[in-house]
Ligand binder design. Structure first.
Ligand code: DSN
Length: 442
């Protein structure tokens, strides 16, 4: 059957292709997938129901699907040196919820980085379902942007949590997993109950696989959750890796750390999800094979080099950065302290020249979610497009030129008076962007 692309939807897809091609993506949680990943996602696997797990399905006709899911599982285990992988979570949020559900009872305490400090919504923000079920206690960060380990330790002894979570969506240091493991061991000894150590590595998973970031599973952590579309450069989705004995997911099992792989399988299906998205799982398998190639290690190393260059260059130009730089792929700029305007104005202005990033609250912020003082940016997507350190210097220069315009404009409305300057910068960005095409876009 020939493809019919006359539906208006395809017009908008074309426009989005143009937007992505002509701009540069600075949002640290976004990336570009390969043509093979796109092809797997757009396959007939979307037609199939496959509730259950390979060889243990509730529907017939899964002989091909089983092989695909098994490939995804084996590749994921190899990437993270894990005993077990569950490739079915539809998203990072689903992955996190399944882990909480696998181990905690309603009312149990979970210790996690607070949202203002850089944690994620699903780590206990009061607006989430998980926060209504479990008792989240938040630890903070120090002035230089690192985890406040003393705070974490004190809270762990005080609350004796069932689960300690290290994870974040706006944090630019490398966590000291050994230190957290030591704290958990001490508290477990005190309380006589096992503590699940969970790392939400959604942002840095690709850096772990690429060998430029420690792997929490090799530092005593029991579980990693991650999305598959950020630095792993796969389709939009979730993934859970764990250490322990792998049992039959269709059978009930005792709640102890050794059984966490099976407890997680049961928490994903039937605990929190129904039919898995096997076309997405196929795309995950394709991306994981790409991630296991030697070139991916070069890619991961280049992400970090680019981030450090961009951070250094921004600081040279007068930007104040949270943590004075970065140890990973992510940079948090305190635009308010640097230039007096807020992160939202800057986000809007940069959008006008084709540099996309997001306004982001800082740990000390009083500005609220819609008018935060900072912006968050990173290098995974630009690195996929083949941009290097010299290009990062150019990006920093454009960011400074836009900051100078924002100083004059004061707010979003004021930007209208600087259209000509912004358009000129947009042409420069477009030229660099078009010289680095995106896979799958002609
Ligand atoms: N929304 C993602 C991010 O941008 O960090 C996390 O889920």
């Amino acid at each position: 059957m020939a493809a019919n692309t006359t539906d208006e939807v395809f017009k908008w897809i074309k426009k989005e292709e143009k937007r992505q091609s002509e701009g540069l993506e600075l949002i640290p949680s976004e990336n570009y997938v390969s043509e093979n990943v796109l092809r797997a996602m757009g396959s007939v696997l979307t037609n199939k129901y496959s509730e259950g797990y390979p060889a243990r399905r509730y529907y017939g006709g899964n002989e091909n699907i089983d092989e695909v899911e098994k490939l995804a599982i084996e590749r994921a285990k190899k990437m993270f040196h894990a005993d077990h992988a569950n490739v079915q979570p539809h998203s990072g949020a689903n992955a996190n919820e399944a882990v909480y559900f696998s181990w905690c009872e309603p009312g149990d305490t979970i210790l996690a980085m607070s949202l203002p400090a850089g944690g994620h919504l699903t780590h206990g923000s009061p607006v989430t379902r998980s926060a209504k079920i479990y008792n989240f206690v938040g630890y903070g960060v120090t002035e230089d942007g690192d985890i406040d380990y003393e705070d974490l330790e004190q809270l762990a002894h005080e609350y004796r949590p069932k689960l300690i979570l290290v994870g974040y969506s706006a944090f630019m240091k490398i966590p000291d997993f050994d230190r957290v493991k030591k704290i958990a061991d001490e508290v477990a000894k005190e309380s006589g109950q096992e503590i699940l150590l969970m790392a939400d590595m959604a942002h840095v998973a690709g850096l772990i696989v690429g060998g430029v970031h420690p792997n929490p599973l090799e530092h005593g952590f029991n579980v990693i959750t991650t999305t598959t579309h950020k630095t792993l450069r796969g389709p939009r989705g979730g993934l859970i890796l764990s250490m322990g004995t792998v049992g039959n997911p269709l059978k009930k099992t005792e709640k102890k750390l050794e059984n966490i792989p099976t407890l997680i399988d049961r928490a994903v299906f039937p605990g929190t999800q129904g039919g898995p998205l096997e076309h997405v799982i196929a795309a995950k398998a394709v991306a994981f094979e790409e991630d296991l190639q030697p070139e991916f290690r070069d890619y991961a190393a280049q992400i970090v080099k680019n981030a450090k260059t961009l951070a250094d260059e921004l600081m040279k130009l007068g930007f104040k950065l949270q943590g004075n730089g970065t140890e990973n792929h992510l940079i948090l700029v305190n635009v308010k302290d640097s230039y007096g305007f807020d992160g939202k104005v800057y986000e809007v202005a940069l959008d006008k020249i084709g540099l996309t990033l997001n306004a982001n609250a800082l740990p000390t912020d009083k500005g609220g979610a819609f008018r935060p003082s900072g912006v968050r940016l990173g290098t995974p997507a630009m690195t996929t497009r083949g941009l290097g350190e010299d290009d990062m210097k150019q990006v920093a220069k454009w960011m400074k030129q836009v900051a100078d315009i924002c100083v004059k404009a004061k707010d979003e409305k004021g930007l209208d008076e600087h259209t000509a300057e912004l358009d000129a910068l947009r042409s420069e960005v477009r030229e660099l962007a078009l010289a680095h095409p995106i896979p799958g876009i002609e």
